[in-house]
Design a protein around this ligand. Structure first.
Ligand SMILES: [Mg+2]
Length: 390
């Protein structure tokens, strides 16, 4: 029944986007990511993804950006030799071997570990959420993310996605205080009182004082939370004490140790958990455990993964207890199934063989073996690109 990891290949893909999706600090198009194809000695295949972005990192250089080129180099040179021959169903040992081979690089490690979970689930014929302790929810409510768009365009997109059933909208801010305050109120006016709204500044405000002033002006629009207005745990703590909406830590909350620090310093009400920031699902569940112990609630957030990484996000959201908020995960959909909907849809095509369902603002958790949906290898070939040099 058990298997061993027989081989690992990496592929860079570039998925075409529905519209430009930007946030504060992002300098590259999304969707140019590294995939890991892991083959078991039993002939089964698992897939993982490193949605590596060179300008995405932790507070004050605490975690570095990874690019597709660095992720590929680290996986091929250090991580593949460390895990080949090992049991994919032993994530703690896989992490030990990867950490001994090279420090850091959680996105590269996360891609390998995700592929191992997929392979293990397919080997045992169970969905990955069973390997994470079992699912505590059957569907994951989706937050639609409004990137840094012109206000009129953003308002129009919000109207459409609400009509499609989206119940929570995240508005990217952090650029210009006047514009940020205006867009929040304009969107509230357009969608009415029932839709939940939140803002994410991606550390874009220069000081806690500036962040507090801006968020207070947004408060009449009834936000469910304000996400990472400034860089750093100290700054977050200062903002949290002065605003009337819950505060979410994202860039400040990469791993379990960070969440412990946030809890000790009462720096946030909510932490955003990713599959990738802590280096994979096993460690993301540890982040969730610390959040739960500290009385923090969470969502699952990501970097607009392709369907490959997004399936892992859904398995995590299904199994992690503190994830009671709606999640910024895409509704991954191959082109053949698009039917004109845009709620939760960021790419015009995807790499999974079947579309995710979108029912009443939520995605039902895939329950097939491994990550739950098969990968379309012909699509991967179609979107394969050469990796630029590091
Ligand atoms: Mg964020």
């Amino acid at each position: 029944m058990t298997t061993r990891i027989a081989g690992i290949e990496t592929v860079q893909v570039s998925l075409p986007t529905r519209r430009e999706h930007k946030w504060t600090g992002l300098t590259e198009p999304i969707g140019g990511y590294i995939l890991v194809r892991m083959e078991g000695e039993n002939g089964l295949v698992g897939w993982g993804e490193a949605p590596a972005l060179k300008d995405w990192g932790g507070d004050h250089g605490r975690y570095f950006g990874e690019s597709p080129a660095t992720a590929r180099l680290v996986i091929e040179t250090y991580l593949a030799p460390a895990v080949i021959g090992r049991d994919p169903a032993q994530p703690a040992l896989l992490h030990g071997a990867m950490d001994a081979a090279i420090k850091g690089y959680p996105y590269a490690k996360g891609a390998v570990e995700m592929a191992a979970y997929d392979l293990a689930g397919r080997t045992y014929g169970v969905p990955v959420h069973r390997l994470l302790g079992g699912k505590v929810r059957d569907a994951v409510p989706i937050t639609h993310s409004i990137g840094l768009l012109p206000i009129d365009e953003a308002v129009e997109e919000c109207r459409i996605v609400v009509a499609e059933g989206i119940k929570t909208i995240k508005i990217k801010v952090g650029v210009d205080p006047e514009r940020d305050v205006e867009i929040v109120h304009r969107i509230r006016e357009a969608v009415g009182p029932a839709t939940r709204l939140c803002v994410d500044a991606n550390c874009g405000y220069r000081t806690p004082y500036e962040a507090v002033r801006i968020i207070r002006r947004m408060e009449p629009a009834d936000l469910i939370y304000a996400e990472q207005p400034v860089e750093g745990i100290d700054g977050l703590a200062e903002v949290k004490r002065a605003i009337g909406v819950p505060l979410m830590a994202d860039e400040s909350a990469w791993n379990a140790r960070d969440v412990l620090e946030i809890a000790e310093r009462r720096a946030a009400d909510i932490v955003s958990i990713y599959t990738t920031k802590p280096g994979g699902l096993y460690r993301a569940m540890q982040v969730a455990a610390v959040a739960r112990a500290a009385g923090l609630i969470s969502n699952v957030n990501g970097s607009v993964e392709t369907g490959v990484g997004n399936l892992a996000n859904l398995q995590l959201a299904a199994a992690a207890e503190p994830v009671v908020l709606s999640c910024v995960v895409p509704v991954s959909m191959p082109a053949e199934h698009h039917a004109g909907r845009i709620g939760g849809v960021y790419y015009v095509d995807d790499l999974i063989a079947e579309p995710l369902a979108h029912v009443d603002g939520a995605v039902p958790v895939p329950t097939g073996p491994g990550m739950g949906v098969d990968i379309d290898e012909a699509k991967i070939e179609r979107y394969r690109v050469e990796t630029a040099d590091a």
